[in-house]
Design a protein around this ligand. Structure first.
Ligand code: CU
Length: 135
């Protein structure tokens, strides 16, 4: 996906607006790359893709765990409305292994936001990794 977006940006000579964040789970073995194709903006329904990969081989990884994303303002102790998560599909409608489309990401006010990405395994253990977005 990332290489496709990069290629598309070159092809159409668009400004490089994509923003990517790499998060690591399960003692560094699982990589999750979160990409905003367009830089997030305040008060709009932003979207990102999250691609899970084996951190070493970079091969897409099907995730058995429950995947969740929460938007949170740490300085103010509140969040936003729930985001929507779907498995991502390619142009033919085939499910992309380990890729999720996260939509309805509303950053409802200016300031520092945490994007809290978490995996919950079958035993109920939750691991959360965070990246920041600031407006
Ligand atoms: Cu706030």
């Amino acid at each position: 996906m990332k290489s496709f977006l990069f290629a598309a940006a070159l092809l159409f000579n668009l400004p490089a607006m994509a923003q990517s964040y790499d998060l690591f789970f399960k003692n560094g073995t699982v990589q999750a790359t979160a990409t905003f194709a367009e830089a997030p903006v305040l008060g709009k329904p932003n979207a990102m893709t999250v691609e899970f990969k084996d951190a070493v081989s970079q091969i897409p990884l099907a995730i058995e765990d429950q995947f969740a994303v929460v938007l949170w303002m740490p300085d103010m102790g509140h969040g936003s409305r729930p985001v929507k998560i779907n498995t991502a599909v390619d142009a033919s409608g085939n499910t992309l292994v380990g890729v999720y489309a996260v939509t309805k990401m509303y950053f409802v006010m200016g300031g520092l936001w945490e994007v809290r990405v978490s995996l919950k395994d079958a035993a109920g253990n939750v691991e959360t990794q965070i990246f920041n977005v600031e407006f």
